[in-house]
Design a protein around this ligand. Structure first.
Ligand code: GUN
Length: 293
């Protein structure tokens, strides 16, 4: 079994981004600038946004953190989005999900200018991704594609099974893997909570991408010998061994599945760090106006 080291690849990608930032600045261009909006104080979201801001510092980006309380109105949040859209210094921004139930998530995401939507969540970017047009691809699927490419994993003609159909991961992942591009050309099966006899599909996967959010859900008997297993799950579970009182758990029962597969991403240290590196990459593309001229 080969471990796919997302942390290492993420740092490599960040080093490349940092070099480009230095180059831009030496040419007299402005520092790339990412803004992040956080509503409420969900522990997971706080951690992710803090990691994104820290990564900005590492690569030499400017960052802005906009925080709203849990009870912020939809109007006030929309105002923040409009202000960031209009701010010429901000190249790209994200609104961390999930949002509180009283806020219409689609309304907020659709208010973000597609040219600043470095999360790739706006319907224009999703549509352009489907049509193979220049766009921001959402960070987690983009990170997974980068990992597969770095580890030279053959995808053409392979059966890729994606478990989970979220807008953020499962759904875009299934589209990317089926594309007629160098990394793609898979035959894709998208499984979800209503799939009957899930194991009959996962067992035939050459590439298994799990994005359910159910710790240890995928067991060895569900995986084909020699499969490539990508674990997107990051559920926080209580842990007495950790200073923080919790640890991150993937969707895959690592100890037993790793005995059987050819490649596997660990949790933590697999897909998670790639999500951040991909967001930085999208922000660099935004600063260079490479997608929307
Ligand atoms: N919540 C979970 N993943 C993400 C992500 O990639 N972007 C945003 N904005 N929110 C998330």
């Amino acid at each position: 079994m080969n471990l796919i080291d997302g942390k290492k690849i993420s740092l490599q990608l960040q080093d490349e981004i940092a070099k480009e930032v230095k180059q831009l600045i030496s040419e007299g261009k402005k520092q790339p600038h990412l803004a992040a909006v956080l509503v409420g104080s969900d522990g997971g979201s706080e951690t992710y946004v803090a990691a994104k801001i820290k990564a900005c510092e590492r690569v030499g980006f400017k960052s802005t953190f906009v925080r709203h309380p849990e009870h912020v109105t939809e109007e006030k949040l929309l105002l923040t989005v409009h202000e960031l859209n209009a701010d010429p210094d901000v190249d790209g921004f994200i609104v961390q999900l999930p949002l509180p139930r009283h806020i219409n998530e689609h309304k907020i995401l659709e208010a973000v200018l597609p040219s600043k939507d470095v999360d790739g969540f706006h319907p224009i970017n999703v549509g352009r991704m489907v049509l193979n047009l220049p766009c921001y691809v959402s960070a987690t699927p983009y990170g997974i594609v980068h990992l597969l490419r770095k580890y030279e994993i053959e995808t053409s003609g392979k059966h890729c099974v994606v478990v989970g159909r979220s807008h953020i991961v499962g759904s875009p992942m299934s589209i990317l893997m089926a594309k007629n591009t160098a990394l793609g050309n898979c035959t894709v099966t998208l499984c979800h909570s209503k799939t009957e006899n899930l194991k009959s599909y996962t067992k035939t996967a050459d590439i298994l991408i799990c994005a359910l959010g159910s710790p240890d859900f995928i067991t060895a008997d569900m995986v084909k010998e020699g499969a490539v297993v990508i674990d997107v799950g990051t559920t926080r579970v209580a842990s007495l061994d950790s200073k923080t009182g919790f640890k991150l758990k993937g969707d895959v029962k690592f100890d037993e599945v790793s005995q059987k597969c050819s490649f596997i991403t660990p949790v933590p240290g697999g897909v998670g760090p790639m999500t951040i590196a991909s967001l930085l990459k999208n922000t660099l593309l935004a600063a260079k106006k490479e997608i929307y001229k």
